[in-house]
Design a protein around this ligand. Structure first.
Ligand code: NAI
Length: 332
């Protein structure tokens, strides 16, 4: 069976070629993203493998169906880029990798907190220029601070445990309270109460109708002045413009984002010699208290290995009409 990959970077190829030693699929790799135009290149592929910013709307799915594609394997956890109804109608099976390494993402959220707080990125550059002054590097103890976690699934749970380990008071909001976390000391509260009490808020819920712009001009006023917001979930969980306004007034004291509302045009590309047309990201990057990483929270060796193995296992199983891999999940 042939698998056509979109948005395939050298590191994707490496991990999938390695994992394929156990399977023997035929591969075709395209570095370009999947959209209605690029979908036209597919030939003789029953399965395609897509990533977070590939377009899987109705128009693209219709092209895929005419090309004979029966399986879409998302090599990621989120599936907000998929038109589920259209995939269902067209009889295309879609699988994903729900929990390839929750710790990878949770650890990146922690790294963002520590960088924003202790300013290690500034210290690194400063010391290399023989500037050993501490002026401007003042941080705060994370110990005993209140951390609010929105979404306590695989990643949120791992993050809660890390924060408990740092000696923080951990509050959480989810549709259903997690008994095991409660037993470990996490306190589940309504969203607004969490926003009111937290020094740091970290988002780990999926993007959907209810969570779109969860952080915006309506919810920011409930937060403590100087709050730190960390978003490793999806860009649209926060209204970027409203966050910029709150950064300007100082209501938001720190912002760490690994995902961005308009990341499709920017992330995973080297644009260092281009003129960026997106004024919002340029404004964000001009703040000294904002840290942007380009959707790299998942990016660990262990996570890539797990993603490749589970994806191939799911494709093989779906190809035989069986349920996906044990660590995989069916979306449609
Ligand atoms: P999960 O499905 O295990 O957990 C999501 C949790 O959010 C569930 O407990 C669910 O009940 C909760 N939730 C759903 N709607 C909610 C709402 N309206 N308010 C509060 N909580 C709500 O997902 P997982 O694996 O923990 O991933 C979370 C998100 O992280 C993914 O949807 C994805 O968007 C993002 N992600 C980002 C990565 C990155 O590299 N930056 C990598 C992997 C995932």
């Amino acid at each position: 069976m042939k698998i056509t990959f979109f948005s395939a970077k050298p590191y994707d190829k490496e991990s999938f070629v390695h994992a394929n030693e156990c399977y023997g699929f035929e591969y075709e790799f395209f570095e370009t993203e999947l959209n209605a135009a690029t979908a036209e290149v597919i030939q003789n592929s029953i399965a395609i493998c897509a990533f977070v910013n590939d377009q899987l709307n109705r128009q693209v799915l219709e092209v895929l169906a005419t090309k004979g594609v029966k399986i879409i394997a998302l090599r990621c956890a989120g599936f907000n880029n998929l038109d589920i109804e259209a995939a269902h109608e067209l009889g295309i099976r879609v699988c994903r990798v729900p929990a390839y390494s929750p710790e990878a993402v949770a650890e990146h959220a922690l790294a963002m907190i520590m960088t924003l707080n202790r300013k290690t990125h500034k210290a690194y550059n400063r010391v290399r220029e023989q500037n050993f002054s501490l002026q401007g590097l003042l941080g705060f103890n994370l110990y005993q601070k209140t951390v609010g976690v929105v979404g306590t699934g695989n990643i949120g749970k791992a993050f809660c445990r890390m924060m408990l380990g740092m000696g923080c008071r951990v509050l959480a909001f989810d549709l259903v309270a997690d008994k095991s976390l409660e037993a470990e000391g996490v306190v589940f509260l309504p969203l607004i109460t969490l926003l009111q009490q937290s020094d740091i808020i970290s988002l780990h819920c999926p993007l959907n109708e209810q969570t779109t712009h969860l952080i915006d001009q309506q919810t920011i006023p409930f937060m403590k002045k100087g709050v730190m917001i960390i978003n490793t979930g999806r860009g649209k969980l926060i209204d970027t413009k409203d966050c910029i306004d709150a950064l300007k007034t100082g209501h938001i004291g720190y912002l760490g984002i690994d995902v961005y509302e308009q990341e499709e045009k920017l992330f995973f590309k080297d644009l260092s010699s281009h003129i960026i047309q997106d004024d919002m990201i340029q404004r964000l990057m001009s703040f000294p208290n904002v840290l942007v990483t380009a959707h790299q929270a998942f990016f660990t060796k262990e996570a890539l290995e797990q993603i490749a193995m589970v994806t191939l296992d799911s494709i093989e199983k779906l190809g035989k009409g069986e349920p996906p891999a044990t660590n995989g999940a069916l979306v449609v």
